[in-house]
Design a protein around this ligand. Structure first.
Ligand code: PLP
Length: 483
């Protein structure tokens, strides 16, 4: 494709995306296809000869659109959002156009330093504290996902808590990592990837009557483990758990962990970006005492996947654990010690210019635009929660957290009956999802089935939450009436 042909076809492809986004609200949120349908639609033989790229768009319309769950649909309330704003797509286009491979500073100074500037600026805007910035001795990087961030945090923790021997000697079976039952499974996966073994994962009890980690239980677990000759390596408090948006007490957890030398990795994958708004800054209380902090721009910060931001308070910690320098990567800039080589902050060697899409978003919306995006969704969630509270057919399963509302449907008016409520809640979720107008997902809290409404899709407006509430009430009436 020469540049002129790219220009011509590029317009067609951009038009396709613009038309798709403009018509998104008319589509069913959920794909209504059976397993294998897509494979059955596509020719098994790959083309031997070039074919016009316009034909591919027709195939996307025919096969991909009906077989997609439309994450950017305004009626998408499942999981957590995956904001792929059109603004960020423009930045991604620049990134692809440059085709940069930013593994070393020397392979693209811009790729490295734009990222440094953005993450220092965002550390300030989130109130993380100077120590998380490059100027303050720490620094941030953009990882592909919060799961990768958890993994590299664990690797840095293993190295530090071994007294700097881990990269040579590996693990010895005495390492312990502390989570709660609500911690995202990415930390359990990181434990598995590092080969620590299932016994390394300690599930700490919540404080009574809450879903948040109990600092007392953590202190007891760490003390018992230390007495038994085991080594507390890392604790992972979450700000905004995946199930219910619960917030672990980071300050107290960090104080306990410090006494045992354990690394504190704060997973705020979804909720962390809310701290851009001063009124939500309290959520991050104690983060300045942690060792690393992660929040995803690709969830709720209008930046297309993948862009997970990871900050560390010790800028030397990740390179100390991860850096390996074969001859072919040696260069004068790295040896000067004056530059950051992001390859030493992540698992893969190569990296693309992810900062461009984040920069485009911040440039195009400003921090005020980002705050408005978050505030709008939090306001919609609190209105929905008020309606749930006021309606005898529903109950809140947990207190609403930012833009996440967890609710249950009551199967009967006359008595609370967990089993009937479970059945009704599940049936309502299935009905709403089958309608195609909205997509909801669920969790289980204290053994009870719960509908999660995660408000945060790029185009979600008050009218979409209104429509969801109508759908929920109608489904609840139908389910409670019975067959
Ligand atoms: N941590 C939390 C709290 C999450 O909610 C999620 C995903 O929803 C993750 C980690 C994993 O995110 P990623 O897909 O960026 O790995």
């Amino acid at each position: 494709l020469d540049p002129e042909e790219f220009r011509r076809l590029g317009h067609r492809f951009v038009d396709w995306v613009a038309d798709y986004r403009a018509g998104l609200g008319e589509l069913s949120v959920r794909a209504a296809v059976e397993p294998g349908w897509v494979r059955g639609q596509l020719a098994a033989d790959l083309p031997e000869h070039p074919r016009p790229l316009e034909e591919l768009l027709a195939e996307v319309d025919r096969v991909v659109v009906p077989a997609s769950t439309h994450w950017q649909h305004p009626g998408f309330f499942g999981y957590f959002p995956a904001n792929a704003s059109l603004t960020s797509l423009l930045g991604d286009l620049l990134s692809g156009g440059l085709g940069t491979q930013g593994m070393l500073w020397s392979t693209s100074p811009a790729c490295t330093e734009v990222e440094q500037v953005l993450l220092d600026g965002l550390a300030g805007a989130l109130g993380l504290g100077k120590e998380y910035t490059f100027d303050g001795g720490g620094g941030g990087s953009i990882q592909d996902s919060a799961s990768s961030a958890a993994l590299v945090a664990l690797l840095a923790a293993l190295h530090r808590t071994s007294g700097g021997t881990w990269r040579e000697t590996g693990t010895d079976g005495r390492e312990r990592v502390y989570v709660t039952a609500e911690t995202h499974s990415c930390m359990a996966k990181a434990v598995r990837v590092t080969g620590l073994g299932a016994q390394a994962l300690q599930v700490v009890d919540p404080a009574p009557g809450s879903l948040a980690m109990s600092p007392d239980a953590l202190a007891a677990a760490m003390a018992a483990d230390t007495a038994a000759g085991l080594r507390p390596v890392l604790v992972c408090p979450t700000i905004g758990t995946t199930g219910t948006g619960a917030v672990d007490p980071v300050r107290e957890i960090a104080q306990v962990s410090r006494a045992h030398g354990a690394w504190v990795h704060v997973d705020a994958a979804w909720a962390g970006v809310a701290a851009l708004c001063p009124e939500f800054r309290d959520l991050l209380d104690g983060v300045e005492l942690a060792d690393s902090f992660c929040t995803d721009a690709h969830k709720w910060l209008l930046t297309a996947f993948d862009a997970s931001m990871l900050w560390v308070r010790d800028g030397a910690a990740l390179p100390a654990a991860l850096s390996i320098t074969p001859e072919y990567l040696r260069n004068a800039a790295s040896e000067s010690g004056e530059v950051v080589d992001y390859r030493d902050w992540q698992v893969p060697l190569g990296r693309r210019f992810r900062a461009l899409k984040l920069w485009t978003v911040i440039h195009g919306l400003g921090l005020e635009g980002l705050r408005a995006h978050i505030r709008g969704h939090v306001a919609l969630a609190s209105e929905l929660a008020a309606r749930v509270r006021a309606d005898p057919r529903f109950t809140l399963a947990t207190p609403p957290s930012l833009a996440l509302v967890c609710l249950r449907v009551l199967g009967r008016d006359d008595a609370l009956d967990d089993r009937a409520d479970d059945q009704a809640t599940r049936a309502v979720l299935e009905r709403v999802n089958a309608s195609g107008s909205a997509l909801l997902t669920h969790t289980v809290v204290d053994g009870r089935y719960v509908i999660r409404v995660a408000i945060g899709s790029v185009g979600t407006q008050p009218r979409h939450v209104e429509a969801l509430w109508t759908a929920l009430r109608e489904a609840a009436d139908a389910v409670r009436r019975g067959p």
